[in-house]
Design a protein. Structure first.
Length: 231
């Protein structure tokens, strides 16, 4: 990663460090496929060392999920099944699907917090539009969204608690259910998302350098050649 990119990440990290993490909502999209299973497990003597699944490749049915999280917990997620995508005539999550979810479902839960201000942080996916996200919240009677902030390019793995911690925990717990089938995949996805604890969220925030005590350049990959200055 270039020095310019590293500086951009550190600059935003400094800014987010100065905002209480209970004021910041991160969101992103993820997915799970039918047939996913634990990557590692213990096997008793004489038992099979592998788990047989019906769909075990990238063409297995994919279930998409939109997730919102803040420093105080998770908000209810929504899952789109292959049937949903077929009905909507789309291949994945679209801008309209995201905005409809915010308007019709998420805004109820965010508004119930009776909190001000909220900052929304997301990556630069082409389905993320700041004006439309704010408008969807406002149409859902949530007028407390102060700003939608975009992560710098290629920064999600370093700065998003979802990409750098929470999604990994969630996927592993889903896989720990064993063979994931069409009949139970949606309930598993939602159930395990709702189990994400505040402690795990706070740990992910620290891991991403979003706490005030962390050096914003702590994860620079090439400190010997990069020129960094501290504010």
């Amino acid at each position: 990663m270039s020095n310019k990119s590293c500086v951009a990440i550190a600059k935003l990290r400094r800014r987010l460090q100065r905002i209480p993490n209970t004021d910041i909502i991160y969101f992103d999209e993820t997915h799970l496929r039918v047939g996913e299973a634990p990557r590692d497990t213990l096997v008793a003597p004489g038992e099979s060392q592998y788990l047989v699944v019906d769909d075990n490749n990238r063409y297995a049915p994919r279930y998409d999920m939109i997730c919102f999280v803040y420093g105080g917990g998770v908000f209810p997620a929504i899952v789109y099944t292959p049937k949903d995508r077929k009905r909507l005539k789309v291949n994945g999550i679209t801008k309209k699907m995201l905005n409809d979810y915010i308007l019709n479902q998420l805004s109820v839960h965010v508004g119930a917090k009776d909190h001000y201000p909220w900052y929304i942080v997301c990556d630069k996916s082409n389905i993320h539009n700041a004006a439309e996200i704010k408008e969807s919240f406002e149409d859902g009677m949530v007028h407390e969204i102060k700003e939608v902030i975009f992560l710098p390019t290629q920064a999600a793995k370093r700065m998003s608690p979802l990409d750098n911690g929470i999604f990994g925990i969630w996927k592993q717990r889903c896989r720990n259910h064993g063979k994931i089938a069409k009949a139970n995949i949606v309930s598993i996805m939602i159930q395990e998302w709702e189990k994400i604890s505040v402690d795990e969220i706070q740990s992910a925030y620290r891991h991403c350098g979003l706490t005030s005590s962390r050096d914003p350049y702590f994860d620079c990959h090439d400190p010997s050649s990069h020129t960094h200055t501290k504010e």
